[in-house]
Design a protein around this ligand. Sequence first.
Ligand code: URA
Length: 431
Amino acid sequence: MRMVDIIEKKRMGEVNTQAEIDFLINGYVAGDIPDYQISSWLMAVFFQGMTEEEAYHLTIAMLHSGDIIDLSQIAGVKVDKHSTGGVGDKTTLVLGPIVASVGAKLAKLSGRGLGHTGGTLDKMESIDGLSFALPEDKFIKQVNDINMAVAGQTKKIVPADKLLYALRDVTGTVPSKPLIASSIMSKKLASGADVICLDVKIGDGAFMKTIEEAVDLSKLMVSIGSQSGKKVTAFITNMDQPLGMTIGNRLEIKEVIETLSGNGPNDLETLCLDIASYMIFYAKKADSVESARILAKEQITNGKALAKFYEFIEAQGGKIGDLDKFITVKEIIPYYAKKTGYIKRIKALNIGLVSMKLGGGRETKEQDIDPNVGVVLHKKVSDYVKKGDLLCELYCNKAIGSDIVPMLDDAYELVTEVVKKPDTILEIITK
Ligand code: URA
């Protein structure tokens, strides 16, 4: 088999066979096929696309490039979730304790944040003492003992994705649906869960800009998952504003605790309860999605989800202590509305970048982050504000750059006509 023939077939819009896809993934990981040939094939895929069958074969070839976590030692249905990258997205830490408190098993591998999006590991690491470097036996024991564990993704999970993603990043081939679907699904399948919920973001700062694109990507991922014997549900969600009221690691942990106490922002609570209800239903802890949602809400009202959150934090070595002393910053800088009107949009991309520039996120993988800094929103889309009203506050430990205020000016779109409260979940795709 020759790589050049595989490239030419794809360039002409033909279908690559399973044997050809296995050949190119195995050859690339082994170092036998050079970057320039894979780059050329990626660009051909970008323009010609892939059939569902090709995308499935690509996912499986990538999956087998590394370790596959064996969760068979955990009794019952294992659930997992993935977000395509949100701003203010702390859903794992809210819905995890909810589903774990009704007996579903959440065994999750998470990643760090990069650029404007935050990562669950960074949020967890902002808690003193907390470790996510769990060896496999400890990870499995913790899920068996308390129904929930979150560990860092090791280098041995889908090495083909690390190589391919780095190449896609520098060859302009990231936003291709089959390449995104195989990248996400190979990692989810390697994590070993039976039930997978995908949060596919659309809007500002998301990979998918329109609902049509997000639906296509979601259908492809659901199809790859069901061909692999998994129950996959995709939630297409709105990122025309950050999720919840906080962006920044400790600020978001505090908001998780508030949400699990029943005092969280509506969009965050709604998203978490909706995803949790599918997880609870598919984990066979309720007879329908509707009764699962009622059960999920009860876990907040009766305090069991919050208790589970603290049990989970403690099991991984973390200690939060007095919540009033959890966040320490030198200065809180207010940002006020420059005009009167209804808020039509709060660009999530800008707010994520502001938090990153305050030190709350990283521009490059090597950067350290300050867990205390970030942005607290005081108004959301559809709110009416008068010129001079407080829109958000910046939690800072260093002087802010001259680029911050222009980024905030650009983030808030205010209009004179009334704006409807946006739906958080736009569509649910399952099979
Ligand atoms: N997230 C992933 O893990 N892979 C992609 O290709 C895009 C988003």
